[in-house]
Design a protein around this ligand. Structure first.
Ligand SMILES: N[C@@H](CCC(=O)N[C@@H](CS)C(=O)NCC(=O)O)C(=O)O
Length: 239
């Protein structure tokens, strides 16, 4: 595990590739959330096979946030914790109704968008992982997909138009406002931007048509909070 960041008692354990690129859509939600709240943290870069060694060994996925004595897993749990623990900083959820609608958005994007991005990028992800993580990733993902990674990769051109079509509700909503949250971003933007950053970091083909209006929204998200994402390399978006 590698530590990067300011001296603080807050640490974010996040998944990285062999060259140190942060590639979890879930970690990126948390990074945006911490940035909105103005909270410093150290990054603790892990691979899949490091996850059982995090904290007391109770975690099966990342991100994991350590905040002093508190250990939290699951990005949704972390988001709720951040609002509870830091009520005086900007809120992630302004009210229970907003939280409920963002949960719906999270389920929608998981089933309609992230699932397609995953199929398009799964072999690219495999090839970017640390050598120690590749066999684990291949075994677990091939079991999930029911196919060798190479076979899924060979069909990725079939999934690309499905992904682009499934993004249409976002395009339509963003005709009305700068962000999914309205004039300002909310946690739905963080969820969607996290997925775009994850897939865009690893994809070896262009995920969107060059004139897709979603580029404007993505650019706004990357520029948030002093440019949380502005220096990222996102080949999947030609950035
Ligand atoms: N519901 C979790 C999902 C997190 C998740 O699936 N993370 C992946 C990395 S992107 C992971 O750690 N997987 C562990 C594994 O496959 O062993 C959250 O929102 O944090």
């Amino acid at each position: 595990m590698r530590l990067i960041g300011p001296m603080t008692n807050r640490r974010l354990f996040e998944l990285v590739t062999d060259d140190g690129c942060s590639i979890s859509p879930y970690a990126w939600r948390t990074k945006f959330a911490l940035a909105l709240k103005g909270l410093d943290y150290e990054t603790c870069a892990v691979g899949f096979t490091d996850i059982p060694a995090i904290g007391s060994g109770a975690f099966s996925s990342v991100p994991v946030l350590q905040d002093g004595e508190q250990w939290l897993g699951d990005s949704w749990v972390i988001a709720a914790y951040l609002d509870d623990a830091f009520p005086d900083s900007p809120r992630l959820f302004s009210c229970p109704a907003e939280r409920a609608m963002v949960l719906f958005f999270e389920k929608w994007i998981a089933s309609e968008v992230i699932s397609q991005m995953f199929r398009i990028c799964v072999f690219d992800i495999h090839n970017r992982l640390r050598a120690a993580d590749r066999a684990y990733f291949r075994r677990t993902r091939e079991a999930r997909l029911g196919q060798p990674l190479e076979a899924v990769h060979a069909e990725r051109d079939r999934y690309l138009p499905i992904l682009r079509q499934h993004l249409q509700p976002m395009r339509l909503a963003l005709r009305q406002s700068h962000f999914l949250g309205g004039d300002a971003p909310n946690y739905a933007d963080f969820i969607a931007a996290g997925a775009f950053i994850w897939a865009g970091s690893v994809a070896s083909l262009k995920l969107l048509e060059a004139d897709d209006p979603l580029f404007e929204w993505l650019g706004r998200c990357l520029d948030l909070y002093d440019g949380v994402g502005s220096s990222l390399s996102l080949p999947g978006f030609g950035l």
